[in-house]
Design a protein around this ligand. Structure first.
Ligand SMILES: [Mn+2]
Length: 360
């Protein structure tokens, strides 16, 4: 045996195979480690390396959107190799298949909402599936579908955290604030309202989806990449005290400082939920979304964002939403999303030992 010291193998899976004669135990970490700088304000962990088991949960619907096509998102992500990409980094992947729900009736708004019944039904299914995944110790990845599904996903995550006395931090990566209400939104599309619903403002069936509501407090949320907010919505976001890192902030302060701020206070007891709306990205690199807004994060900025989240080792659940294959170019937006999700997981299990934790 090569000693009982701490394992410095940056590839933990290889370590399992070589555990009887592990050369990494005898080896010191290089003085200048090959990964990023420590993140100020974030408590890193030195727990045992254990790659997560993720559950892919497809929700093929666009009932909350203003354009059809996000219903094809789950399959496009699979075709782009999400499963293989994660497995390649030692993540155990279970594909739970697709949920089913009502078709998109494509009707105008009624009392300020389009397709409210259908949106509620889909979100109930998402809530149940995400809750089941968390209860089984899985890290749920919701494959949307449009962003209205975050109500089901995050309400389940919030319930899980409350039951375990864990802190919840939601990172909302998006071009839009998604903090509309029926009084504020001109369109009635519910994919513009999920965060407001989660914070207690919206139709009762969505606000109280998990039995109790509101699911989260605005103080638990950090919005990143925002660059398109309606006037009334802007006022409401300020009133509610949401912490917003818009593109102006990212331009002026840089992505590193932005993520340091957004992650500040994350510790060993924090469950990090990432709600990744693909329209967060600049449309130059990610054309396959229904609501493109120019001036989003570049490829490198997006990578750094994901890598710094990975560095915390606290990612507990993820939504990938609003990918619209009907508007994509040869599936390149799906491939980019997979690439970024790989960073969200890959770096955490591959490059760095100390931020990968035991999951219970
Ligand atoms: Mn969104």
């Amino acid at each position: 045996m090569a000693g009982d010291g701490p394992c410095h193998n940056p590839w933990p899976r290889a370590c399992v195979a070589a555990s009887l004669s592990c050369a990494w135990r005898a080896r010191a970490l290089p003085a200048d480690p090959p990964f990023g700088l420590p993140i100020a304000g974030v408590t890193m962990t030195n727990d045992v390396v254990a790659p997560p088991t993720v559950a892919l949960i497809g929700a093929p619907t666009d009932v909350g959107a203003g354009a059809r096509g996000a219903s094809m998102g789950p399959e496009a992500l699979r075709v782009a190799g999400l499963h293989t990409a994660l497995a390649h980094h030692g993540v155990v992947v279970e594909d739970w298949g697709n949920l089913s729900g009502p078709a998109n009736p494509w009707q105008p708004a009624v009392d300020g909402y389009r397709h409210l019944d259908e949106v509620v039904q889909w979100n109930r299914a998402v809530h149940r599936a995400v809750g089941a995944a968390l209860a089984q110790g899985r890290l749920p990845i919701l494959l949307g579908g449009d962003h209205c599904l975050a109500v089901g996903s995050i309400s389940a995550v919030a319930q899980h955290c409350r039951a375990r006395g864990q802190k919840l931090r939601v990172l909302w990566l998006d071009a839009h604030a998604d903090f509309n209400t029926s009084a504020l939104t001109p369109s009635g599309n519910l994919h513009g309202m999920p965060l407001a619903c989660l914070c207690g403002f919206g139709p009762a069936a969505l606000v109280h989806l998990g039995g109790q509501g509101p699911a989260v407090q605005p103080q638990q949320v950090r919005q990143i990449g925002i660059r398109s907010v309606d006037a009334g919505e802007k006022r409401f976001v300020h009133e509610q005290g949401l912490e917003v890192y818009d593109m102006r902030y990212i331009d002026e302060m840089g992505m590193r400082h932005t993520m340091e701020q957004a992650l500040a206070g994350v510790d060993a007891d924090t469950h990090l939920h990432v709600s990744f709306d693909v329209d967060f990205l600049d449309p130059e690199i990610a054309p396959g979304v229904g609501t493109t807004v120019p001036g989003g994060p570049t490829y490198r900025e997006a990578q750094l964002c994901m890598e710094m989240i990975a560095d915390t080792g606290r990612l507990g659940s993820l939504d990938i939403v609003e990918l619209n294959p009907a508007l994509d170019v040869r599936n390149r937006t799906a491939q980019l999303a997979v690439d970024l999700v790989e960073s969200l997981f890959g770096k955490s299990t591959l490059m760095r030992e100390h931020q990968v934790r035991r999951r219970g």
